[in-house]
Design a protein around this ligand. Sequence first.
Ligand code: PNS
Length: 162
Amino acid sequence: MTLAVYPGSFDPFTLGHRDILLRSLKIFDEIIIAVGVNQNKKTLFTPQERVKMIENEVNDIDLAKKNKVKVECFEGLIVDLARKYDAISLIKGVRGPVDYDYEAQMAGMNTVMCPDLETIFLMSKPEFSFIHSSLVKQISLMGGDVTGFVSESIKNNLKSKS
Ligand code: PNS
């Protein structure tokens, strides 16, 4: 069985994240969505809220796929979580060169710490390549419509915070 970890802040989970998840499920048997908890980073949603919101998203995908996905929060090094699950890969979505520069640094350092763990980069589809969680939050908090960036359910979660 091949298991991969898909880490991120997911504050909130966007349609771009959803697409990366669905494409990852074509490659791996099981995916752990790892919601990063960073005490120094201010987030709109608590880790528990983010886990719940992603679980709802996963429930919306077809039954065969949803049983292959687990969502949990993690604190500390992602390589430690990957080792705990015996994951063979980390999944990273890359929207463009800015993401790539940052992700390449992390992939390099994670490889040194955990040589058997492969970071797989999936390029965002063009229609999702401009979606950033931070901009989605900004638009929603300023009363804008975030349809097309997040699901209806997450749109409502965002509204409840404004
Ligand atoms: O959504 P983000 O901000 O790209 O998510 C970043 C995250 C949580 C995936 C990243 O910061 C991470 O892996 N944090 C865990 C801490 C860690 O392992 N740091 C060393 C990376 S070289």
